[in-house]
Design a protein around this ligand. Structure first.
Ligand code: AHR
Length: 530
């Protein structure tokens, strides 16, 4: 099909551009760098929760489902398109009940254990299986292999609630000690990895304020100090991630930092690479992914937008103790959280097909991270497959990418680029005052003379006719890609895996230039600057 015809046929599927009365404005300031966007901001998270590991990631070597040594092939092949920098595992809450020793050594001799989530009301309705009783077939070596196949760094979360600092130390030794140097290196070799796994990122627990041990901020600081005080580094630098607070519990963050610095001062802070922040957005109504009103559309998007306030406030409090901001934020769980889709087996807890609304949550959130590239060192969408804000749904031999996947792919050029200050002025959108947000939100990054501008138009009905001005530069060429649909509930399913995908749009370069952002859309504009 010729390019023009392709464009027209794909555009016919999306909403007509009925414009808003007001003209919006975006001003890009290439001379005002915020900082380099860590590729790790585009990270993922996998937990032994519902169908995420079994059978999202792991189908087993003997499965009829195409696999790379037990790891689902379709997942790896598609994940690679996102250029995944880092993947977190094994939890989540599961991490603080997990003994890494159960997942190493000969697979057939590994013990079966009750999964942390087995008591969940919904999962209780499900038949017994690996989601309730973990067979430990997928352990450290398998996870490291999965990361290698996908081209991502592994990020392991230790068990602070129910194991010891010594177990943590030995897990590091298992992963990173040189070939043949220790008994644990030999055990690792028996699992197929004689060479060190070189795991750099280590989480010291997960949600230690709650499922990870119910610690207060200062109690946890004492644990953190002890766990990270002396561990073998084997010539590589380890980056420790401290558990963070429950969403906006700023007092927890303050007490953690103050207690940590009480002994050792700045030196103690140097031990922390990042402090974790978890934030999920939800709606107060039915909470069903694909059944929502326009009001709930705005409710979810304005709740997603709250991430910005959380980053700013925690950052400010961290700076009260960590004056030169050595410690960064690691948002290692984020996403839109809805109920399990009743058409999917109840074992697949919190599995559903995300919609266009969730795609906008992704755009809004990733843009916030880009705009705060000086503060956010890593982020991990929760979770990669079959769970919550998922990029993939995979049940048996059925597989689809979701709209969340498409946003990650569209935004990949931001990875490693320099985030630059950009202002967005547009009228607020939303029906109830509690659920409003600026019509246009976004971020812009620069690589050489190429500016990459990503924009979310949250307006459910109206396009935003926008003037885009790049300060002190001319836009010599421009390309646009858009993810949108005429139906706010649009999503991909096993039957229609391509129902929602990005299309190329017409755009004319100019200084300033104009572009009409479609209603309910995520857009990326690639601008060559002269
Ligand atoms: O991602 C699901 C759960 O949400 C994680 O296990 C936990 O850390 C968080 O509360």
């Amino acid at each position: 099909m010729k390019r023009r015809n392709f464009l027209l046929s794909s555009l016919a599927l999306v909403a007509p551009r009925s414009s808003s009365a007001a003209t919006a404005r975006i001003e890009v300031m290439p001379d005002e760098a915020i900082g380099a966007i860590s590729p790790d901001i585009y990270g993922h998270f996998t937990e032994h929760l519902g169908g995420c590991i079994y059978d999202g990631v792991w189908v087993g070597e003997k499965s009829k489902i195409p696999n790379y040594g037990g790891v689902r092939k379709a997942l790896v092949d598609n994940l690679k398109r996102l250029k995944p920098p880092v993947i977190r595992w094994p939890g989540g809450c599961f991490a603080d009940s997990y003994n890494w020793r159960d997942g190493v050594g000969p697979r057939e001799r590994r013990p079966r254990h009750t999964n942390f989530w087995a008591n969940n009301e919904y999962l209780q309705k499900a038949p017994n299986g690996p989601q309730k009783y973990d067979p430990n077939e997928f352990g450290t070596n398998e996870f490291a292999r999965f990361c290698k196949l996908a081209g991502a760094e592994p990020y392991l979360a230790g068990n602070v609630r129910s194991l010891t600092a010594h177990d943590f130390y030995e897990w590091i030794e298992y992963c990173n000690s040189p070939r043949g140097s220790t008994s644990l290196a030999d055990l690792r070799a028996q699992g197929g990895s004689p060479e060190p796994l070189n795991v750099k990122y280590w989480g010291v627990g997960n949600e230690s304020w709650g499922c990870g041990g119910s610690f207060t901020g200062d109690e946890y600081a004492i644990e953190f100090r002890r766990w990270a005080e002396w561990v073998p580094e084997f010539g590589g630098h380890l980056s420790f991630i401290a558990s963070g607070p429950n969403v906006a519990d700023y007092a927890w963050t303050r007490s953690f930092f103050e207690k940590l610095a009480e002994r050792g001062g700045p030196r103690a802070l140097r031990r922390v690479f990042g402090t974790a922040l978890h934030y999920y957005c939800r709606t107060t109504g039915k909470g069903v992914a694909n059944e929502f009103t326009v009001e709930e559309w705005y409710e979810l998007l304005s709740n997603a937008n709250r991430m910005e306030e959380l980053i700013r406030n925690h950052w400010q409090i961290m700076g009260e103790t960590d004056k030169d901001h050595h410690v960064k934020l690691v948002v290692d769980e984020w996403g839109a959280w809805h109920h399990t889709d009743p058409s999917i087996d109840p074992s697949y807890l919190w599995a559903y097909f995300p919609t266009l609304r969730d795609a906008l949550v992704s755009g809004i959130t990733l843009d916030i991270f880009n705009r705060h590239a000086d503060k956010v060192a890593m982020a991990n969408a929760a979770q990669l497959v079959n769970n919550i804000h998922t990029s993939f749904v995979a049940v048996g031999d059925k597989f689809t990418v979701t709209p969340v996947f498409h946003v990650f792919e569209m935004y990949a050029p931001h990875q490693g680029a320099t985030s630059i200050r950009t202002s967005f002025s547009a009228a607020s959108v939303g029906l109830a005052s509690a659920h409003t947000l600026t019509g246009l939100t976004g971020s812009c990054s620069l690589q050489g003379r190429k500016a990459f501008l990503t924009v979310v138009n949250a307006d459910a009905k109206n396009a935003q006719d926008t003037t885009i001005d790049v300060r002190n530069a001319r836009v010599t060429s421009a390309r646009a890609r858009v993810l949108t649909a005429g139906d706010l509930h649009a999503r991909n399913t096993f039957e229609q895996p391509d129902a929602l995908k990005p299309i190329n749009d017409k755009v004319t370069a100019g200084s300033p230039m104009t572009y009409s952002f479609r209603p309910a859309s995520v857009t990326c504009l690639e601008l060559e600057l002269g």
